[in-house]
Design a protein around this ligand. Structure first.
Ligand SMILES: Cc1ncc(C[n+]2csc(CCOP(=O)(O)OP(=O)(O)O)c2C)c(N)n1
Length: 593
């Protein structure tokens, strides 16, 4: 262990390098000048200068979720810090490991309503795993190592470290050994290995099942690639059907026959009916989110439920389960497979065959079928072409989305065979997430094809980041599925509010092609289905950040749909179902888009 005397700013750089940080996303301000000066004098730590601090957090999320490492954010006090709040809530809800460093006014001014002072530790208490206000420069190194440890351990999440200007300037001691001692001494030690009795109970339940179903969530992806491989192995070994949540897509190969598609509000018919009718539900790393469960008292009424989660507070929160298993998904799956093999377990083959027959009947409804047109671009068709032509590039491809109809169609029509290739704002559902998060993904994977799927509404929440993409030559391909409206809001107004389109139509739009060109980026447009392939190929072939304005059918709605407050077997397959639905407006009352 080495001990060095240095300024607070230098300690930060040293600690971040010791943590293996290679890049941070940020924007400077008055109180951070000493730190930015120290950054100027060093090599090795990259800084991506964003145009808005919210984008810095989403970019760090993109970096973290596509690499499995902790993302780092650096912003100034007051408005810089408050601009991060949406991103922090997003990271908290979707379990994304981040460390957000905020500058603070000098210690002597704290509490004085000083210029650009905001009580950011108070403000972010509810949306960080933990936060710190550093009061002594000698604590700085340890606090930073703790922050990275906390962000990545257990259920990952954001940690904020608020650092007053005088602490950046003061001289103190940096102990490199703090990196290991915080891990040894920390009282926060999440349970990774699960109780073997619970694992054996789960295996017994699965063995005896007649209609079992795997329900996998983002926890599998968070646990790492090895956990995803183990999950796929277990699903294949047992022959049990598998569905995934929005956050779990990619944890099991999307093109595998045992995959029923995504479940939940806009999940497939077969996945949702299997959730409803199964007799043993094996929830691995999902949290019984309301967009998955629908009406709680009608949720999978006859199943025994197993729930694997690293976060004990997720267990029995929304749904009471029969076998709770607290632990890291990867470790739990390893143990489950061991027990399964040791017991030479098998599911009753006849029962499994008739369960698959039932599923085949549901599948035959082809719930993702849509009517294509050669006159107008259907958003589903655009996504299929974006997906298929991406395969032609032979590049490792990552997709991010904004929030709305396009997000749900992207989840339905893009295909994910590998984990960490799909990034979307699931828990918070924040518009403005996808474009900057693509920037973070491209920073981490310079040679990959990074595609951001946007709605025309959401894109306008963080479009200023075209400038950042240009500055760092990050060739993100952004496809705006432009329906001239806040489509998901419009859909709900059509279905549940008597077609009264209150404040959801975006009649006046910027010219997105000219906008891209104004920044020096490539702007393209497709208006007819026949133009799509050529435009997508041009986008993929360009070295420039590219914005593609895809004019889509504004009247298209996302189906299948389980209206909020309905049960899985009340799923609507298309407009005919919704017209005949007597539940209509009352079903979704009190629930927001
Ligand atoms: C920051 C934020 N504000 C408001 C909402 C509510 N909301 C959900 S979807 C949606 C419409 C999104 O429109 P657009 O981006 O054009 O996508 P589309 O639904 O048309 O595909 C809105 C306003 C939200 N999710 N996030």
């Amino acid at each position: 262990m080495s001990t060095k005397e240095m300024t607070g700013s230098e300690i930060i750089i040293e600690a971040l390098k010791d943590q293996g940080v290679d890049v941070m996303f940020g924007l400077p301000g008055g109180v951070l000048l000493p730190l930015y000066d120290a950054l100027f004098k060093q090599n090795g730590l990259r800084h991506i200068l964003v145009k808005h601090e919210q984008a810095a957090v989403h970019a760090a999320e993109g970096y973290a979720r596509s690499t499995g490492k902790v993302g780092t954010v650096l912003v100034t006090s007051g408005p810089g810090a408050t601009n991060t709040v949406t991103g922090l809530v997003d990271a908290m809800m979707d379990s994304v490991p981040l460390v957000c460093l905020t500058g603070q006014v000098p210690s002597s001014l704290i509490g004085n309503d000083a210029f650009q002072e905001a009580d950011i530790t108070g403000i972010t208490r509810a949306c960080t795993k933990h936060n710190y206000l550093v009061k002594d420069v000698n604590d700085l190194g340890r606090v930073l190592h703790e922050a990275y440890y906390l962000a990545r351990s257990g259920r990952p999440g954001p940690v904020l470290v608020d650092i007053p200007k005088d602490i950046l300037q003061a001289t103190g001691t940096y102990r490199s050994g703090d990196k290991t001692t915080v891990v040894e001494h920390k009282s926060y030690k999440p349970q990774v290995k699960a109780d073997m009795t619970a694992i054996k109970e789960a295996v017994a339940l699965i063995k005896g099942a007649k209609k079992p179903l795997f329900y996998g969530g983002g926890g599998i992806v968070n646990s790492g690639d090895a956990a995803c491989t183990l999950f796929s192995q277990f699903v294949k070994m047992t022959g049990i059907p598998c569905t995934l949540t929005l956050m779990g897509l990619g944890a099991f190969p999307g093109s595998d026959d045992q995959f029923l598609g995504m479940m939940g509000m806009h999940g497939t018919y077969e996945a949702n009916l299997a959730m409803h009718d199964c007799d043993v539900m094996i929830n691995i790393g999902a949290r019984f989110d309301d967009r998955v469960t629908g009406r709680l008292d009608a949720f999978s009424p006859d199943s025994k439920k197993i729930h694997v989660d690293i976060d004990p507070s997720s267990i029995n929160k929304n749904i009471i389960v029969d076998v709770p298993i607290i632990g890291d998904v990867g470790h739990v799956l390893e143990d489950m497979i061991k027990v399964w093999k040791a017991e030479q377990a098998q599911i009753d083959a006849d029962a499994l065959t008739s369960w698959w027959k039932e599923i085949a009947d549901w599948r035959s409804k082809e719930s993702l079928k849509y009517t294509n047109s050669n006159k107008i671009i259907k958003p589903q068709y655009a996504l299929e072409r974006i997906r298929d032509l991406a395969l032609e590039t032979k590049k490792d491809t990552y997709y991010t989305t904004e929030v709305g109809q396009h997000q749900m169609w992207a989840a339905q029509y893009l295909n994910f065979d590998k984990p960490k290739r799909w990034l979307t704002s699931g828990g918070l559902g924040t518009m403005g997430y996808g474009f900057p998060s693509a920037m973070g993904v491209q920073t981490a994977h310079p040679d990959a094809l990074v595609v951001a799927i946007a709605g025309d509404g959401s894109f306008q929440m963080n479009l200023q980041e075209i400038a950042t993409l240009m500055a760092y030559r990050l060739p993100v391909k952004c496809f705006i599925l432009n329906n001239h409206c806040l489509g998901m809001v419009r859909q709900w107004q059509e279905m549940f509010h008597g077609e009264r389109y209150s404040e959801s139509l975006l009649d006046v739009q910027p010219d997105f092609v000219k906008l891209a060109e104004a920044y020096g980026a490539l702007g393209l447009r497709a208006t007819l289905p026949g133009e799509l392939d050529d435009v997508i190929r041009q986008a993929y072939a360009s070295d420039l950040p590219t914005i593609v304005d895809v004019r889509t059918d504004a009247s298209e709605n996302v189906f299948p749909m389980i209206p909020s407050g309905a049960a899985h077997n009340e799923i609507l397959l298309g407009p005919e179902d919704s017209e005949s639905s007597e539940n209509g407006g009352s079903l979704e009352s009190g629930v927001l888009v």
